[in-house]
Ligand binder design. Structure first.
Ligand SMILES: [Ca+2]
Length: 295
């Protein structure tokens, strides 16, 4: 017999015993029916069939009501906990996956896109949406923010005067911290294009960035151990004029510093503070990428 990969995956998926399948259930409550305005109604002879149906349609089924007496299976689109007492029904909440890789491993189909993850499992932070890039190995979690577009900064002369604040889309600080803690690697891209605008000025910081917890940091690439104050060029000892960053050359030409921050305990960036753009000959463009993590 020649099997396509999808058929094999479906076969393995359906081979799970009901007991194994119940491992994917976060909560099961007898005598409860959840209320929802958006219910997909099916007929299932057993609770297991209802659960399989929900797992195969996980984009639209996060929890379910099942009525054993007539095999009514109600697939609900959320983790709806607004319930009413009804002895004929059982209510199940499906386990949220911990990461994009977890989704790819456990789902029949998992194209790149938005998924709900719960990096610290049941309890702790509530599940939240991330972008999953399933084309990488392992799949990459991306959390975008409101400043993804390259930003032009002029008119802020004092050190650290302009605050480039990042707001991560639909994700709270505790959820971001839980994601970074549960991941084995995280990184975030930062690029500064500058014209006569310093990053350090005779050792004084013109710019710095902050963690979610408010810690002020002055390394712009790597994990902050080899170079604690400086840019990617300092890691390779190739900065213009031997300064800590190319932008400190301050020599009437456009310079660039760029790199990935890789210390997950410091990520993601909460804000970038920038100065030295007050004079007419001074400009900065700043670019900060999304938080990217792998399990
Ligand atoms: Ca959790």
């Amino acid at each position: 017999m020649v099997c396509h990969a999808t058929e094999l995956l479906l076969f393995c998926f359906l081979c799970q015993t009901f007991g194994q399948r119940l491992n994917n259930v976060y909560k099961k409550t007898q005598g409860i029916r959840a209320q929802s305005t958006n219910v997909n109604l099916f007929h299932s002879p057993t609770l297991e069939d209802c659960l399989i149906h929900c797992e195969l349609n996980s984009a639209t089924c996060k929890s379910l009501n099942f009525k054993e007496s007539d095999g009514t299976c109600e697939a609900l689109p959320g983790h709806n906990e607004a319930t009413s007492v009804d002895s004929d029904w059982v209510f199940l909440i499906l386990q949220a996956k911990s990461s994009c890789a977890d989704w790819k491993n456990k789902q029949l189909q998992s194209p790149s896109g938005t998924y709900i993850v719960d990096p610290d499992g049941p309890g702790g932070v509530t599940p939240f949406p991330v972008e999953c890039d399933m084309a990488t190995t392992p799949p990459t979690v991306r959390v975008n923010h409101n400043q993804i577009t390259r930003k032009h900064i002029v008119g802020y002369e004092d050190p650290n005067f302009y605050e480039h604040q990042l707001v991560y889309n639909g994700v709270t600080n505790p959820q971001l911290r839980a994601l970074a803690t549960a991941s084995s690697t995280c990184r975030q891209y930062v690029k500064k294009e500058c014209y006569n605008a310093c990053t350090f000025y005779y050792g004084t910081k013109c710019d710095f960035w902050t963690t979610l917890e408010g810690e002020q940091l002055e390394y712009w690439a790597g994990n902050g151990t080899t170079v604690t104050r400086g840019c990617a060029c300092a890691l390779s000892d190739t900065c213009a004029l031997g300064e800590p960053c190319n932008c400190d050359a301050n020599d009437n030409r456009w310079r660039t510093d760029e790199g990935y921050l890789t210390a997950k305990e410091h990520l993601p960036i909460s804000a970038v503070m920038i100065g030295d753009t007050g004079k007419s000959v001074e400009q900065v463009y700043i670019t900060v990428g999304p938080l990217e993590c792998t399990p």
